[in-house]
Design a protein around this ligand. Structure first.
Ligand SMILES: Nc1nc2c(c(=O)[nH]1)N[C@H]1C(S)=C(S)[C@@H](COP(=O)(O)O)O[C@H]1N2
Ligand SMILES: [Mo]
Length: 369
């Protein structure tokens, strides 16, 4: 039997790139992310294990347990949908390893280029409301999620991933336990029937197929919380340097970044024409404060128009009209600056063993004839 066609299987645009099929990891291209709100067809898929099958939403339960709950409590999907207020937010999710392919020496793992980011509409209940209903203790410091996907080894006693976040992030208004994406049931590959969405933080915090959340009185110690996974050196290191596990710190919010989504790199334009570029920028817990472009490799920068986010943690849209001085080859570079005053670096930032947090400027090629 032939392997299933991933584009059909997941409803993805056939220009998406399949980086791995065991487990499935698929990324977008910049021009596929042009929509204000990312449709399923262009959303990257990142899996650490095997996508679950035969989910029965009628019998789904979410259990809240851990040292820092008074007594464990379970909810059906119906409970979640009927007993709590629902919210919809546009939330940016970027994989911590987005941009990994550019590190040198290379880092193992999926060689994401720029396409492991999306900003969809998520509808669900606030994790905070559920945790308050379940009554958490004052000593709560961390959350830890558990999903029903299987470890690649097939060993049922192992979890592929079980990460979490400091309780403060878990209690934010926008941290959702979502059951809808873009107004419909969440597609299976994105976490049907229930997933966490913690916008702005490494995607690995947004647990899919979630059926249990532990409220911990210590930093969660689930699969991929320790060692090198989703961690970077606490102090900068030289490229290729060996780093002890003890000197690695957990990644929290993602750094400021942007993407030019129109035109497609390689576009050809007549000299007399103005080029309208557009794209998105995001800065996790901060807002993007300004957006600039350069057509001379960063020698001079010019302002882009930048929109406000529709809500906190949503990406922001930018655009600019560019007139080129002469015929020839150009690159358009885009650089975002956040409300904390930090900008994107023009080259790949600090090397780290697993190749996380590459927020270098995005650039596209343009030919003027
Ligand atoms: N249960 C479960 N949740 C998970 C993962 C996983 O493998 N299993 N991968 C995480 C990672 S690393 C990322 S980047 C996001 C990707 O979400 P998406 O596949 O919906 O784009 O899901 C996160 N949640
Ligand atoms: Mo990720």
């Amino acid at each position: 039997m032939q392997d299933p066609d991933p584009f059909q299987l997941f409803g993805k645009n056939n220009e998406m790139s399949v980086l791995n099929d065991k487990p499935w990891n698929i990324e977008a291209k910049a021009h596929l992310l042009d929509d204000a709100v990312t449709p399923n067809s262009s959303m990257f898929i990142r899996n650490n294990g095997i996508i679950p099958k035969n989910i029965d939403p009628q019998n789904w339960t979410l259990t809240i347990d851990g040292e820092s709950v008074i007594s464990k409590k379970s909810y059906s999907l119906e409970d979640l949908k009927t007993k709590f207020k629902q919210y919809t937010y546009q939330l940016t999710i970027e994989c911590g390893g987005n941009g990994r392919s550019e590190y040198d020496p290379p880092a193992k793992g999926n060689q994401w280029t720029i396409g492991a980011v999306h900003c969809a509409n998520w509808t669900g209940v606030r994790l905070r409301d559920i945790l308050e209903d379940a009554e958490i203790k004052e000593d709560a410091v961390y959350t830890g999620f558990h999903g029903i996907d299987q470890h690649l080894s097939g060993d049922p006693s192992k979890e592929p991933i079980s990460r979490g976040c400091p309780i403060e992030k878990g209690l934010q208004d926008e941290t959702l336990l979502a059951f809808q994406m873009n107004g419909k049931a969440i597609p299976l590959a994105h976490g049907y029937p229930l997933r966490l969405v913690a916008g702005g933080w490494p995607g690995s915090v947004s647990g899919k197929w979630v059926n249990r959340i532990s409220v911990r009185n210590v930093v969660h110690d689930g699969a991929k919380m320790k060692g090198m996974a989703y961690r970077v050196p606490c102090k900068p290191v030289a490229p290729g340097e060996k780093v002890n596990e003890d000197d690695m710190c957990i990644i929290e919010s993602m750094p400021v970044k942007s993407l030019i989504t129109y035109p497609k790199s390689g576009a050809i334009l007549k000299k007399s024409k103005t080029l309208n570029i557009r794209g998105h920028a995001w800065a996790s817990e901060y807002e993007v404060a300004s957006m600039a472009y350069s057509i001379d490799f960063g020698a001079t920068w010019h302002k882009c128009l930048l929109e406000k986010p529709v809500n906190r943690l949503a990406w922001q849209h930018f655009s600019a009209k560019i007139d080129f001085p002469a015929e020839g080859y150009y690159e358009v570079w885009a650089k975002a600056t956040d409300s904390n005053g930090l900008s994107q670096p023009m080259v790949v930032p600090g090397w780290n063993p697993k190749g996380y947090l590459n927020n270098a400027c995005h650039r596209i090629a343009i030919k003027i004839m």
